[in-house]
Design a protein around this ligand. Sequence first.
Ligand code: ADP
Length: 369
Amino acid sequence: MAIISSGGTAAPGPAGPRRTASPRPGSVDPGGVCAGSLVNPVARPDEEPVHREDGLRPRRLADYIGQSELKQVLRIAVEATRSREEALDHVLLYGPPGLGKTTMALVLAEELGVRCRITSAPALERPRDIVGLLVNLQPREVLFIDEIHRLNRVAEEILYPAMEDFRLDLTVGKGTTARTRSLALAPFTLVGATTRAGSLSSPLRDRFGLIQRLEFYGQGDLEAIVQRAAGLLHLALQPCAAAEVARRCRGTPRIANRLLRRVRDVAAVGGHGRIDAALVDEALALHRVDGRGLDASDRRLLSLMVEAYGGGPVGLETLAAGLGEDPATLEAVVEPFLLQLGFLQRTPRGRIVTPAGRAHLDGPAAVAA
Ligand code: ADP
């Protein structure tokens, strides 16, 4: 399978789609205070380049660990499509960053035996960016658009007939001489990814035949992901060490892989052969990632809420201002895992720290912020 990464006018290359995006409203801005954190689930520039063949991304459905419901739905859809020799229905994948949306788009193309063209909505600013991509698609190819909730109106309207009838409606000329011309496109599959399904316009959402949510991964799946990555990185990892990385990676494969690389550094410098749980603990304490995967910015958020607001309720904007963080980043990147752990609650009156959140701050699993 060939992978083509398009960044609109930006130079293609290993930088990939995310690097062409500039932060704008509605985006998950990887900047801000938590940007440098080891447990920030947003990909860093040049992390996981899609072109690199020695990467950790699973290539086939059989290597894609966890998300069993998603895999089952897509396996059936792929098999049915292959037997009918048609393009797969358009797929919308949504869920927090780092859970495997891009990976799944690449896996789908591999399973279908076609190329995957990769871009992200912010790179499709001008009509000709998306038109250029669409007219160059070959039959049954996959077009992956990351952060699809950030598409502008014009790009969306070009996509509607393209998705529905594989047709491009072009306006030629101006004013009274303007005419609409239609151009047939090759049947293709659009795979859209978003962290904010609610921000998608309903006409766009309605044009996806398959809409699937990615969930945070459970401990068992994460251990398997860590062991698989350790194998690819030629690391000898004791099962207890894999379990320790899995416990601290916030249910997110991208973070699991990142933590594993930091553990590998400490093991290499210390000349350790087989990696055990104590070494994982030593490596991750160095980066202030605690026993449940919280880092300094998570603990600062919980402490601010407890110390300055009596545990809440407190509004998102107030918290963001207090932490010097962007509210959208706080909501999309920091909060989901704290909500998942049951350390934080969202209520109509604001955010509240739960008793479990308070206990964690005071407990032995936390490290000093
Ligand atoms: P997203 O697009 O949702 O932000 P990615 O697809 O880029 O996430 O995944 C981030 C990294 O996590 C990938 O490079 C891959 O190595 C790893 N990964 C994601 N999902 C899985 C999975 N199910 N099994 C193994 N590794 C995975």
